[in-house]
Ligand binder design. Structure first.
Ligand code: FAD
Length: 548
């Protein structure tokens, strides 16, 4: 279907005007660069040169209803319908000059900007009337395409940006008070961390300033550099307010609609309703210790770093360190040790750095005044790329694999084998390993609690990949994670998992899946909210026709 020129769209618009709706046509992000006759309406769009110069800018992308951070989810991979630029060179004419045209792909046809619960109820009714699949979009960061769908009606939550701190918050129906922050569904991680810091608080947030703090991150798990000590995002929620498929506005807490509360704490975004706000625990602000070693890597030094990490991680996790290791860097943060204890515990890493001699790029062991300070100094300047086509796969690595030299050696071999065939590998020690919580309280796979690493692999491709090239990328990714699958239990992080994860219900939710399915049937019996590999997912629905 050519961008905005189909017969369908004028019909939808006329139906929409009868309904006096606030939904508008969704323009693909790169539309301004394509020939004008492919566009029926360019009012309010940025210029092509603005799109080109900001093509991989996460903040700029946030402003567009038709933008998705991982751009294959703007396209229909099954039939090649797309409106993309060349991310490596956005001025490359081959991406957007004739004969290329801008096509809608999986970008929703219509978008309603949500400002309150009534807007959600109205939008859901309209989508039903128009027989359009519903998607909920917040920041568009999803790695699995769960916030876009061909021909869909999008509920965009980005305007829900309120935040408030409550020194004595009482979750509805409960008695005990907690220190907590209430955030609108559209609040960004970076803004939440700043707000918390200003109020002398520490808050758990994802490792990117533009990931939503209360959308898919907070319903799918939500790992952070400080999750080892403070828990996953879902561990910290004390209340959600949510509009369910029948338009009711419910409060879910440990004392109200407990089944829905449990399901939202890990069952996944876009599945049980539209979350309008969430209230999350806030701890006092504390100084943090930081350890960073980056270096010009070769096979030998990468192997040496990973060996060192596998030998020390159980001790490091037990003493509060969480972080990220890749082929050429180890970055850790610790919110519980003082400076001298931190230096003693990170001595093996410091020694590794000094042995690298001239290959060292940075070796930093410092104390910073707060988690925000760490985040601004070490996370924000080097985030995961966006504006590219990228596929991810993940594996949760049980702590038991670090117990013996033999199992560590098997894990090292598996990591090296996986890394050999991907664009990037990230070994996160961001599981809630040292966080004291019972796994029954949340619906993420219980494997998070016994895992010490969450390993993420990815592969990227550009605008001109054919359907068969893209299939090859997904297949190669699934194969790459195979060496880790062979030595680990079936457990993976749903938000960063393989879209072809075998037995995905077991991998993402473990024993929780059957109960999640019954909560889904209770609150959304008609499967109004459906997304790829989500609870109750029906893979043959037309909304999934673009997956390959
Ligand atoms: C660059 C980058 C960095 C990342 N870093 C981390 C990280 O450090 N830790 C981590 O755990 N994950 C991380 N992720 C993965 C992240 O958890 C997922 O992409 C997550 O789905 C993003 O949620 P969102 O609401 O921001 O995005 P969206 O794409 O807008 O939404 C994602 C899913 O949530 C649903 N959803 C969104 N808002 C609502 C709502 N209000 N109510 C109901 N459903 C909703 C959508 O329908 C969709 O299914 C990262 C992703 C990227 C691209």
């Amino acid at each position: 279907m050519m961008f905005l020129t189909s017969i369908l769209l004028p019909m939808l618009l006329s139906a929409q005007s009868c309904l006096a709706t606030r939904a508008t046509v969704t323009n693909p992000f790169a539309a301004p660069c394509f020939r004008a006759e492919n566009r029926s309406n360019s009012a309010g769009l940025p210029s092509c040169s603005e799109v080109q110069s900001n093509y991989t800018d996460r903040f700029f992308r946030l402003t567009s209803a038709g933008s998705y951070m991982n751009t294959q989810w703007e396209t229909c991979q099954a039939n090649g319908s797309q409106c993309l630029l060349d991310w490596a060179d956005p001025s490359n004419l081959l991406a957007f000059e004739t004969p290329r045209i801008c096509e809608q792909g999986s970008v929703p046809l219509l978008t309603a900007e949500i400002e309150n619960a009534q807007d959600v109820a109205t939008a859901l009714k309209r989508a039903k009337l128009l027989r359009m699949p519903v998607v909920v979009k917040n920041t568009g960061h999803d790695y699995k395409g769960r916030s876009s769908a061909p021909g869909s009606f999008s509920l965009w939550t980005h305007k829900l940006s309120d935040m408030s701190h409550h020194a004595n918050f009482v979750p509805e129906g409960c008695d005990a008070t907690v220190s907590a922050i209430t955030i609108g569904a559209g609040v960004l991680t970076g803004d939440l961390l700043k707000f918390a810091d200003t109020n002398n608080l520490t808050i758990v947030g994802g490792n990117d300033p533009t990931v939503g703090a209360a959308g898919g991150w907070l319903q799918g798990g939500g790992h952070s550099f400080i999750s080892n000590t403070y828990g996953l995002g879902v561990d910290r929620v004390v209340q959600y307010r949510v509009v369910t498929a029948d338009g009711q506005y419910l409060t879910a807490s440990a004392c109200r609609h407990q089944d829905l509360f449990w399901a939202l704490r890990g069952g996944g975004g876009g599945t049980f309703g539209v979350v309008m706000e969430a209230t999350v625990l806030a701890d006092p602000k504390v100084p943090v210790q930081v350890a960073l070693v980056s270096f010009n890597a070769n096979d030998t030094t990468t192997r040496a770093l990973w060996e060192l990490v596998l030998e020390n991680q159980l001790t490091w996790s037990a003493s509060g360190w969480g972080g990220l290791v890749n082929q050429h860097q180890a970055l850790y943060v610790n919110p519980i040790l003082n400076s001298s204890a931190a230096n003693a515990s990170m001595h093996p890493l410091a020694e590794f750095a000094s042995n690298l001699k001239d290959a060292v790029v940075k070796s930093v062991f410092i104390e910073l005044p707060s988690y925000l300070s760490f985040f601004n100094t070490f996370i924000t300047p080097s985030p995961a790329p966006v504006g590219e086509n990228v596929a991810l796969a993940s594996r949760l690595i049980p702590a038991s694999l670090l117990d013996s030299p033999d199992s560590r050696s098997d894990l090292l071999d598996a990591l090296l084998a996986s890394a050999a065939n991907v664009s990037d590998i990230r070994i996160f020690s961001t599981t809630p390993f040292s966080f004291n919580s019972s796994s029954e309280l949340t619906s993420v796979t219980p494997a998070w609690r016994t895992s010490v690493f969450h390993v993420v692999l990815d592969r990227v491709w550009n605008f001109n990949a054919t359907k068969s090239d893209i299939s090859d990328q997904y297949e190669a990714l699934t194969a790459s994670v195979g060496s880790l699958r062979d030595i680990t239990p079936p457990a993976s992080y749903q938000n960063e998992g393989d879209i072809h994860e075998p037995d995905h219900e077991l991998a993402f939710w473990g024993d929780n899946y059957a109960r999640l399915l019954s909560v889904k049937a209770k609150y959304d019996p008609d499967n109004l909210f459906d997304c790829w590999q989500c609870v109750g997912f029906k893979s043959d629905a037309p909304r999934f026709s673009c997956y390959i």
